[in-house]
Design a protein around this ligand. Sequence first.
Ligand code: ADP
Length: 262
Amino acid sequence: MSNPFSQQAPVPGIKKIIVIGSGKGGVGKSSVSINVATSLKEKGYKVGLLDADVYGPSVPRMMGALHQKPEIDKDGKIIPITKYGIKLMSMGFLVEENQAVIWRGPMLFKAIDQFFKDVLWGELDYLLIDLPPGTGDICLTIAQKVPVNGALVVCTPQNIALVDAQKAIDMFKKINIPILGVVENMSSFTPPGSDISYDLFPKGQLDTYLDANGIDKITEIPFDPHVAVCSETGIPFVQGKPESTAAEAFRALGQSISNYSN
Ligand code: ADP
């Protein structure tokens, strides 16, 4: 049988597709997606961000684009919303935030297909895809449809998050998506005015696991309460608090992605 993950058609105009996944929700996957997108944009790249978390799309709110509706051109193509110079597409633009969306397999396939075929992405250096948490159908559908250059896996330090992150890593390996590395988010907290940094979560076996499996930890992003404030107010944190240590870590992550040549 032919491998369904080896015959994806490239998306015209898009040079690289990077997916951002996580084992579980709430670890900062969307925050990483948004801030990496903004960092790459700041470097002068043309960037698109596809919020593929169709069950809980948070990119519209976090990018200050809530309640915006994309326009449709005369050929029926969807024009992405542009915010902070980044082209955005999300199921959140098509359904109301409080509306539950019940997806069945074929609908899901069609929605994902539309995100690539019917959205006028134009020329992009990077399309970042914020995946839903876990290892479900959407990741597999995307991996079957388009050539993905690499995956970032976002994780928090404790073992309970690592168990799920391992599943996401295994999934990417099985479907032949190169793992760029793991981002350890909320790795520590340094109170304002202090030099002492505290672990918010008990440190688990993440480093040991990564070493044993030859996977890079690309960066550690500290906890910064302004990340959540920026999310709520719709400002990418790297722009809202550009001088902070956490913003530097997000920018370093953007730099690593631009260094990656696959
Ligand atoms: P996910 O996409 O994995 O569900 P989010 O990016 O939505 O996670 O983040 C979950 C919550 O944690 C949000 O309120 C977000 O602002 C907050 N958050 C994420 N990363 C950090 C961080 N480094 N410091 C502080 N808060 C963070």
